[in-house]
Design a protein around this ligand. Structure first.
Ligand code: CO
Length: 497
């Protein structure tokens, strides 16, 4: 009976949460500009109600009772209760004063960041960021941690992630990937000029829809719309929204953002609908979510087999631009590696140096070994060291990302974790899915999707990221898989011995 009461409460909270998500989706897609003020108020009101309901004493009592006498519960129910209790205890640690101060600091910090970036003036941002970091250190104390204050923040985005493990992972990135990228950067570059011809918006849109259909994104349980920054959100497993952007003089921008968000969307559509509102109906973590998007984007969507399947379709839409382009040329053009100073434009290899730099900085800010005032110089030195590039100014350097101004510290590592998980999952899929590569070459992506449905999607949050990785691949996260994938692929593309 108690479990039923628990479930009923969580379903109601989920109803409120997904309703808030509809408002958020609309805000990013169709809402008229002048609606922003009241929309922010509406979302904030609903968020407040959700917080109240989730931290309600009665729910706390139910959770404790269920957790203390779990005999009548199934294994799945036990895990749901334990997960919700963990979230409940965490929410309870935030005092009202702290939440209000964080919200005020965030809005000031965000405004200062916008102005500082526009005027290329870090000093406008520095005092606000200093406040934000102090608050985040306080948050880590509030939440508690065993070894490193950064662990407390990482756990919010990637439950179970710790500095001691990430240090090992990023040490491998430094020692193996830096040297390999230097070789690639020194090799002869491939031609991708045809990607920057004129590609009309409507045709690109239709081509993107075809690619999503080929991935078996279910358009009866989802849709695609335009937004300035592509994202995926969902209101249940039966209503998943992806967005894309189209640039008429850059064909690459739409294709891989479409496939990327499609990968996120497939994960959401594969979550069990019977578990609506419960942890067993949710994604594992941001890192596992990103493993799905990046696997479809990079291991599938930037592979030669994929373009063998799709070059004719691309030529049908854009005959003038692509009539003389072979699958192999298209594939090479989609995998250009060039060190640069902007994260969001980085290729799939140098991307991880951008994350590595942010990881080192966040860790140092959190343990106090780096001060905000020293940040620009530190940033520029790291870009020189890992990417060999000179950052032209702070606007295109330390001020490029929105994350810190929002108080999102501990988020960046999930991007790299996603790629590394993706490489490891794909290596296993190649062994377990019969004729996987041949199927991709024939445009048949269903066997791969079915494998993901079975191995990952249907379990929701039943397993932690670490458990899931072991269960699916037989071992914990291991950077070697990504390195092997990178070496095999880019040695061929760049003719490296
Ligand atoms: Co993503």
């Amino acid at each position: 009976m108690k479990y039923k009461a628990y479930k009923e409460r969580l379903v109601k909270i989920a109803d409120l949460g997904y309703t808030t998500a509809v408002l958020g989706w609309d805000q990013e897609t169709y809402m008229p500009e002048k609606g922003a003020g009241f929309r922010a108020q509406q979302i904030s009101t609903l968020s407040g109600i959700i917080h109240e309901q989730f931290t309600d004493k009665e729910l706390g009592k139910i959770l404790k009772k269920l957790n203390d006498s779990p005999k009548k519960l199934t294994e799945k129910e036990k895990r749901n209760v334990a997960q919700t209790l963990k979230d409940y205890k965490r929410q309870k640690k935030y005092t009202r004063e702290f939440v209000e101060l964080l919200s005020k600091t965030t809005s000031e910090c965000f405004q200062a960041w916008q102005k500082a970036r526009k005027e290329n003036n870090f000093s406008l941002y520095a005092p606000h960021l200093t406040k934000m970091i102090a608050l985040k250190r306080k948050e880590a104390e509030l939440l508690g941690y065993k070894k490193h204050p950064y662990d407390a923040l990482l756990d919010q985005y990637e439950p179970g992630a710790r500095v001691e493990d990430l240090d090992i992972l990023f040490k491998d990135v430094r020692s193996q990937l830096v040297a390999f990228v230097k070789k690639v950067a020194a090799a002869k570059q491939n031609d991708d000029k045809f990607m920057y011809l004129h590609y009309p918006k409507d045709k690109q849109w239709d081509f993107g829809i075809d690619l999503l259909k080929q991935m078996h994104f279910d358009f009866e349980a989802g849709r695609q719309d335009y937004s300035a920054h592509p994202f995926t959100t969902n209101f249940s497993a039966k209503d998943v929204r992806v967005t894309t952007r189209v640039s008429e003089d850059n064909f690459k921008s739409m294709i891989w953002s479409c496939i990327h968000e499609g990968g996120h969307g497939l994960y959401e559509q594969g979550l069990p609908e019977s578990e609506y509102g419960l942890p067993s109906g949710e994604a594992v973590s941001l890192g596992i979510h990103e493993s799905q998007s990046r696997l479809w984007e990079n291991m599938v969507g930037r592979s030669l087999n994929y373009w063998k399947a799709n070059i004719k379709l691309a030529q049908k839409y854009f005959p003038e631009n692509l009539k003389n382009v072979s699958a192999e040329q298209f594939w090479k053009a989609s995998n250009i590696v060039t060190p640069s100073f902007i994260r969001t434009e980085a290729d799939e290899l140098t991307y991880h140096f951008h994350i590595l730099i942010r990881y080192e900085i966040e860790k140092a800010l959190m343990d106090g070994s780096l001060q905000v005032k020293d940040l620009p110089a530190y940033w520029n030195a790291k870009y020189k060291e890992y990417l060999g590039v000179k950052v032209p100014n702070d606007a295109e350097g330390v001020l490029q990302d929105i994350h810190w101004s929002h108080g999102s510290i501990g988020y960046f590592p999930t991007y790299s974790l996603g790629s590394f998980y993706a490489a490891q999952f794909f290596a296993t899929a190649k062994k377990e899915v019969k004729s996987l590569e041949k199927n991709i070459e024939n445009g048949n992506l269903l066997p791969l999707l079915k494998w993901f449905r079975e191995k990952i999607h249907k379990h929701g949050k039943y397993y932690s990221a670490e458990e899931l990785c072991k269960k699916v691949t037989g071992e914990k996260l291991n950077f070697t898989y990504f390195m092997d994938y990178a070496k095999e692929k880019y040695s061929t593309i760049y003719n490296i011995k």
